[in-house]
Design a protein around this ligand. Structure first.
Ligand SMILES: [Zn+2]
Length: 233
């Protein structure tokens, strides 16, 4: 599974601004937390953009399509007088589409992590990135930067972690992602109760020590480290 995470805006495009905040900075923080949290899952993740760089919407869609993502998630912060969280899928999609099903789960999981935030609903819109990506694509609008109460939340790193965790929980549930198998999870029988096994290379046994030393010298000359071990038989 491949998840493409797109923090909106960047570079010359700050996105929405208000209360000393810029949308491009907040969404990058959320996206970075998501990438970090997804590391324990068996999934490939691409964050585009990964820094404060401007890309056109066309470049972003082309990259997601070229990479063959299974899910595209674009992260935004709202503005324009309101409060709360809302999510979008492309307007042409039916409620039975895979995209709508994924969005349902992701939206719910996000709201679970931010229960004190107003749920503005699951919406549809003709956004460029939703219409020009070939895979299921969703866009989230995470609170209002020009609303004092929302902005206070957006200034809290713990709150942004909750927003990221909500996204990740939703993605994991929607795509049925499994945790990566770590050494700890491997059944005990295959790792413990097993002696270390070494293989010794013998290039000769000699009754005369000087012959043994001669062989060692030859091996050293040829670039092989060797030593003499005495044994009795
Ligand atoms: Zn935006």
């Amino acid at each position: 599974m491949r998840v493409f995470i797109n923090p909106g805006h960047g570079g010359k495009d700050p996105g929405a601004v208000g209360n000393g905040l810029r949308e491009k900075d907040i969404v990058l923080k959320i996206a970075r937390k998501m990438v970090d949290q997804l590391k324990i899952y068996d999934v490939e993740v691409k964050m585009f953009r990964s820094d404060d760089t401007y890309y056109t919407l066309e470049q972003i869609c082309n990259e997601a399509n070229r990479w063959n993502a299974d899910l595209f998630v674009s992260i935004h912060v709202n503005a324009g007088g309101g409060t709360g969280f809302e999510s979008y899928i492309y307007s042409g999609l039916s409620n039975n589409s895979t995209t709508a099903k994924y969005r349902q789960v992701i939206h719910e999981e996000i709201m679970k992590k931010i229960p004190n935030v107003r749920d503005r609903g699951k919406k549809k819109a003709n956004f460029y990135v939703l219409g020009n990506t070939k895979m299921p694509a969703i866009l989230t609008e995470n609170l209002f930067i020009d609303n004092k109460t929302d902005a206070t939340k957006l200034k809290s790193d713990a709150f942004l972690t909750d927003v990221a965790t909500g996204h990740v929980n939703g993605i994991v549930k929607a795509l049925k992602l499994q945790k990566k198998q770590t050494q700890k999870d491997v059944p005990k029988s295959s790792t413990s109760n097993k002696k270390n096994v070494y293989y010794r290379v013998v290039t000769g046994s000699f009754t005369n020590r000087s012959n043994a030393e001669k062989r060692v010298a030859e091996l050293k000359k040829a670039g092989y480290d060797s030593f003499i071990e005495r044994f009795e038989k």
